[in-house]
Design a protein around this ligand. Sequence first.
Ligand SMILES: [Zn+2]
Length: 215
Amino acid sequence: MSLIKCSVCGKMVSDENEVCPECRAWLLGRKTTAPLSDGNIHKDEKIGTFKLIGLFAALILVVVFSQFLPTRNATDEDGQTTEAEEEVVLEEEDRAEETGNPAVGNEEQTAEEEAQSPLPDVAGTYKGSIRTPTVIRLKQDGTRLSGTIRYTKFDSPALDISGSIKPDGSFSLTEIGEDHRTPSGKLNGQIQGNTMTGTFLNTSTNKTTEFTLNK
Ligand SMILES: [Zn+2]
């Protein structure tokens, strides 16, 4: 090992170094290669050139990939879209606060509107036929319906019915059997004006009957 002078920074450094430890310049005069000659200089320059070309190639590849890889662009665009969406959501929330209706409570709002819209007045006595002459007496308390159903032909006792009605007039009633406990039938349909139409399901035979009764 001997000391050589770095041609770039002038510092005396070991010739076992490939590059100057001070300024990172290539040490052309180092002893580990054959004595200096033009050929060796060119060889070192060539190696340096190859390394430079390789570095440029890698740089170009990185640039090209960053252009063509969809992930980077997509991420940026997505990020922007998300921000924009967040702004829209925030604006909606602001508006909701102004009107006193939180955006989250849209379903509750709809339910309230339904409850507030007028219910049809359906209380009364409906006569007609469900396979056999039938009389239904209905009482109404808001959406709650209760009353009796009687099949007049058989001189049978009136059976209890109860259920509910919606603002659009659609109703659901359950008929309770003579034991006053076991459901014996289900009536589903629509009450419009004085007319009750629907389907009766006999829950013991599973048979259905379409019916129309009038007030
Ligand atoms: Zn140096």
